[in-house]
Design a protein around this ligand. Structure first.
Ligand SMILES: O=C(O)CCC(=O)C(=O)O
Length: 256
């Protein structure tokens, strides 16, 4: 089933100024990380995996803020081999490693984030608040599976917020329209949000979260971090290498 798929293993030529921008701002756009025809080849299986793993069935009006913000489906890679080939794409993982300037990355988890027509805003937040990882080398790839316009609820980042412990005022950096296969990357501590989807089209986006290979599990000093350890780093204790059954190495420079 996966032999006829586009090959997502070949390196992407990342520009040096993109790495510099990521280091400074904590977010960056990488246009055409996947070609539109490549995304189109993976999309049906990603949608199938998303639908099969979706728990949310209530109408929008009956949901809380995050429930209105998006349909959220986790670890599609475990559902079918095509989704696995997409999430494990060496091309994507290598860009994640190069942006973080580390030699290898592991998977934390993937999520499909589909903002429905009329779906609400995603509140400003920092992802890494939830993650018991003792490293700041964490990154999320966010890739639309369909072309997305500014009124569909696109990522908006607070530039430079990844480097600050406490939150202040930031230059806001909304992303412009993106083609299917373009991707944004943001660091775990980069503050970000998305506005509502004011269109009649589902904003389909796939995300993959990576962390530096060699990172250790951090303190479980908050219920959210205990929850995340139990789900994504099962069996790993604080101080252990963050390298559970669900955290394969997706890229290592040593392998070329
Ligand atoms: O897709 C969205 O609306 C928000 C995405 C997000 O918060 C994330 O990928 O960390």
């Amino acid at each position: 089933m996966t032999e006829s798929l586009p090959d997502l293993s070949k390196p992407f030529a990342l520009r040096a100024d993109t790495v510099r921008d990521f280091r400074r701002d904590g977010h960056v756009i990488v246009h055409a990380l996947a070609a539109e025809h490549e995304v189109a080849a993976f999309r049906p299986a990603l949608l199938e995996a998303g639908e099969a793993t979706r728990h949310e069935r209530r109408p929008l009006a009956e949901r809380d803020t995050y429930g209105k913000a998006f349909l959220q489906m986790f670890n599609l890679w475990r559902h079918n081999e095509v989704a696995k080939a997409f999430v494990f794409a060496r091309r994507f993982a290598r860009v994640a490693a190069e942006l973080m300037e580390v030699s290898g990355v592991r998977l934390y988890h993937d999520q499909a984030l589909f903002k429905e027509p009329g779906g609400g805003a995603t509140p400003w937040h920092q992802d890494q608040f939830y993650w018991p990882l003792a490293t700041t080398h964490t990154i999320t790839l966010w890739m639309p599976l369909v072309p997305v316009t500014t009124d569909m609820g696109l990522m908006t980042f607070a530039s430079g917020s990844h480097a600050l412990g406490s939150l202040g005022d930031f230059a806001r950096a909304p992303t412009g329209p993106l083609a299917a296969g373009d991707a944004s990357f943001h660091a775990g501590f980069t503050l970000h949000s998305t506005p509502p989807n004011r269109t009649a089209t589902m904003r389909e986006a796939m995300t993959v979260i990576y962390f530096e290979d060699g990172a250790r599990v951090g303190p479980l000093d908050h219920p959210n971090r205990r929850f995340d350890r139990d789900v994504w780093l099962r069996g790993c204790e604080p101080g252990d290498l963050a390298a559970g059954r669900l955290n394969p190495v997706l890229y290592t420079r040593a392998a070329g």
